[in-house]
Design a binder for this molecule. Structure first.
Ligand SMILES: O=C1O[C@H](COP(=O)(O)O)[C@@H](O)[C@H](O)[C@H]1O
Length: 220
């Protein structure tokens, strides 16, 4: 694990947006398409505001949420809705969104659509103060299965103490990524990260599933 600390949140968002744009451009230089999985939640909005202005061939970028709440896409709680509103605007509106929503073809159809963008080129994750990543929550009854190497790429998860069930990329899908960044802010999450390193068990601290290969970006 590599930890990068920034003098302030604004600088972190701009620096990391530039880094992601550079990484996407590098992938697109060598390949026809690039895939990037992105978190929802309250933290990454300003990063998306900066990233959407990057000069990129967005038509060749495939974007998918790392996880989704089982709510309609126009709900303020939808991660897809947030990513569409903050990132897929202007030129970036041409990026392809792979929604984490089952269609008439059910979970198998969704798993097939997600499998098409694996391995991920780039993975950006958030982390909760409870050490969850995507919607892999400690205490969720499905967590052990979602951490298995043979898990399907996406699973329904029932997080404890959350208003609705979720869909989440599973550990093998997350671990398929060539580049892994984790974006966190504040003293609570920094302390949670240090706790996770000590615990070193993804069943208790799901972030441990990707810590080995991740660069953590933190600002107060
Ligand atoms: O529930 C979620 O939480 C994490 C962290 O969110 P934040 O609001 O603390 O930034 C997020 O990465 C994930 O996508 C989201 O569904």
């Amino acid at each position: 694990m590599k930890l990068v600390t920034y003098p302030d949140v604004e600088m972190m968002m701009i620096d990391l947006a530039n880094k992601l744009a550079g990484e996407l451009n590098t992938v697109l230089f060598h390949a026809e398409q690039a895939s990037i999985a992105l978190p929802g939640g309250t933290t990454p909005g300003p990063l998306y505001d900066a990233l959407c202005a990057s000069s990129l061939d967005w038509r060749r970028v495939r974007v998918l949420p790392t996880d989704e709440r089982l709510v309609p896409p126009d709900s303020p709680r939808s991660n897809e809705g947030m990513i569409r509103a903050r990132l897929l605007t202007g030129a970036a509106a041409e990026a392809q969104m792979i929604a984490l929503r089952p269609g008439a073809d059910g979970m198998d159809g969704l798993a097939g659509r997600v499998a098409e963008v694996l391995p991920l080129d780039i993975l950006l994750l958030g982390m909760g103060a409870d050490m969850h990543i995507a919607s892999l929550f400690p205490g969720a009854p499905e967590l052990e299965d979602a951490l298995r190497a043979d898990a399907p790429p996406v699973m329904q998860i029932t997080p404890p103490a959350q208003p609705e069930p979720r869909l989440s990329l599973t550990a093998p899908a997350l671990r398929s990524a060539t580049i892994v960044h984790i974006l966190i802010t504040g003293a609570d999450k920094r302390a949670a990260l240090e706790r996770a390193v000590e615990i070193d068990d993804p069943l208790l601290a799901p972030v441990c599933a990707v810590l080995g290969s991740a660069t953590i970006h933190w600002a107060e």
